[in-house]
Write a protein that binds this ligand. Structure first.
Ligand code: FMN
Length: 191
């Protein structure tokens, strides 16, 4: 483990209040290994649709800069996202597109881990492979395994309390966070 806390920011791909992915994200601090600190990234909900003309005439919106700065400053990034129509939710993709245009693009060399919860049986796997592909283009370092696909999520997460009730899922998440901490240390946390 590093000789200081590893700071990880989490980006939730769902905007809705009752999001299962947000519930998973909120559970992570309780499942993380010692020495890993997790916080939610600044929101992307107010980002305009990406338009290079806006970027060229008015520069990057402050909210974009804020998210880019948080990603750049973090030792690692975790995406907690649903799958929409077999792919990345539009809002999240738009956020990645904006952040990817900021100079010294912040995903380059950044350790990234993926988690998804979805009501389909595959748990958002198809979304993850698209997100993984976007991260390849951005030169992020995406953790390969363990993978976290929470299928039929409404049967594994209590929508009222936000608790992950399926202990196998809890175990997989613990394993992934432990592997991610090692992965960050191997690839060099930010000094
Ligand atoms: C626009 C839209 C598209 C969806 N597409 C998929 C899909 O491709 N695969 C899937 O498993 N679930 C799909 N779902 C269902 C989501 O898995 C479910 O709504 C889930 O709860 C969304 O995540 P959240 O609770 O974090 O908002 C879709 C839902 C919406 C609103």
């Amino acid at each position: 483990m590093a000789d200081r806390a590893l700071n990880v920011v989490c980006i939730c791909g769902s905007l809705r209040k009752g999001s299962y992915n947000r519930m998973v994200m909120n559970a992570l601090p309780g499942l993380a290994p010692a020495g890993m600190s997790l916080m939610e990234a600044p929101p992307f909900s107010e980002f305009p649709l990406y338009n290079a003309d806006v970027q060229e005439t008015s520069g990057f919106p402050p909210a974009v800069q804020k998210l880019a700065d948080a990603v750049r400053a973090a030792d690692g990034v975790i995406f907690n996202s649903p799958e929409y129509n077999f792919s990345i939710p539009g809002g999240l993709k738009n956020a990645i597109d904006w952040v990817s245009r900021v100079p010294n693009q912040p995903f380059a060399g950044k350790p990234v881990a993926l988690q998804s919860a979805a009501n389909g049986a595959l748990g958002g796997g198809r979304m993850q492979y698209d997100l993984r592909r976007a991260m390849i283009f951005l030169d992020a370092l995406t953790l390969n395994k363990p993978e976290i696909f929470i299928g039929n999520c409404s049967t594994r997460i209590d929508a009222k309390t936000g608790e992950i009730t399926d202990q196998q899922t809890v175990g997989f998440i613990r394993q992934q966070l432990a592997a991610f901490a090692k992965f960050i240390v191997q690839h060099g946390p930010r000094s």
